[in-house]
Design a protein around this ligand. Sequence first.
Ligand SMILES: NC(=O)c1ccc[n+]([C@@H]2O[C@H](COP(=O)([O-])OP(=O)(O)OC[C@H]3O[C@@H](n4cnc5c(N)ncnc54)[C@H](OP(=O)(O)O)[C@@H]3O)[C@@H](O)[C@H]2O)c1
Length: 347
Amino acid sequence: MSRGYRVALVGATGAVGREMLRILGERSFPIASLRLLASARSAGRRLTFAGEEIEVAEATPGSFEDLDLAVFDTPDEVALDLVPEAARRCVVVDKSTAFRMRDDVPLVVPEVNPEAARAHHGIVANPNCTMVTMLMPLAPLHRTAGCRRVVASSYQSVSGAGGPGVEDLYEQLEKLIPERDAVRRGSVEGLVGPGRAFRHPIAFNAIPHVGGFDDTGRTSEERRFAQETCKILDAAIDIFATCVRVPTVVGHAISAWVEFERPLGVEEARAAIAAAPGVALEDDPAAARYPTPLLAAGEDKAFVGRIRRDPANERALGFFSACDNLRKGAALNAVQVAELLVAEGLV
Ligand SMILES: NC(=O)c1ccc[n+]([C@@H]2O[C@H](COP(=O)([O-])OP(=O)(O)OC[C@H]3O[C@@H](n4cnc5c(N)ncnc54)[C@H](OP(=O)(O)O)[C@@H]3O)[C@@H](O)[C@H]2O)c1
């Protein structure tokens, strides 16, 4: 390995962790040593990085000595336990929801608010993957015409629920593909049994339930979607979201209606988006060119299209965006944050 930083990757065996390993290699992040950590279940497994096999160790409070940087891709409860331990010894980039809304923890998307990283006190949080899909096009539009209200619906892939979500979808598809009559009648629950990640079968379905419900009827995912957009972009934006799980494997999509402070033409909106880093315009409906999850899967940019005026409101536009939830929605953003910390001498 090259000279550089002493890095630990916690949750290296998970959906985001494995993508993280790929991206650290692809972008030649300056790594002097790499420690791979996960639960006790994975201790002893070997993963490959830059042509070398590295043994996975169990993450414990004592795992963070002699490190410069630890990246966490673990469930919230693990992050709550171990991130503070790690942050006493090195800088932490965390993907979980556990610290995102804390006042002393910057929530950073490098193309949108890189300056926020300078205020870190040992922890830098990464945002929700669904929110990033909307934020990437919304940020340049907000800078252009001042966004006031957003009504959005998500189309979230099963990998957003980690490895178990992907396994549920493939297992259910295998069981249900021969069962056309049962699928037609909607009587499939007895055929697929309880899934690991979702409360209902996800194959051939769409589930408007991501996270837990609160007493207002909103889910935790919908609350995060609004709160994190406001924390990164502008606390004055009003956001109403409906988050839906759909049977795609990778790539979250968003349909958004946005009201601005002033009328914003479609061409002006397209120009603002085309000039923004990390966003690609895919907007030629006549040629059937618009974003889809499959278009975004494996790509680093967020794709945006279907930009159109609301005929009932001259200050409002609609758009559709799609983004790889495991890359820009998760691992890529975390690597970009780490690169930013390194470039600014903040590690
Ligand atoms: N998937 C996405 O699109 C996405 C997007 C943005 C943010 N995130 C966030 O990223 C984090 C990881 O998500 P994921 O989708 O990669 O989940 P995942 O596929 O379920 O992987 C979870 C990882 O955490 C490890 N882990 C579990 N319990 C542990 C423990 N007690 N100690 C140490 N490690 C433990 C697992 O190790 P074992 O293999 O040993 O169990 C695995 O490596 C979550 O906070 C999630 O909310 C995910």
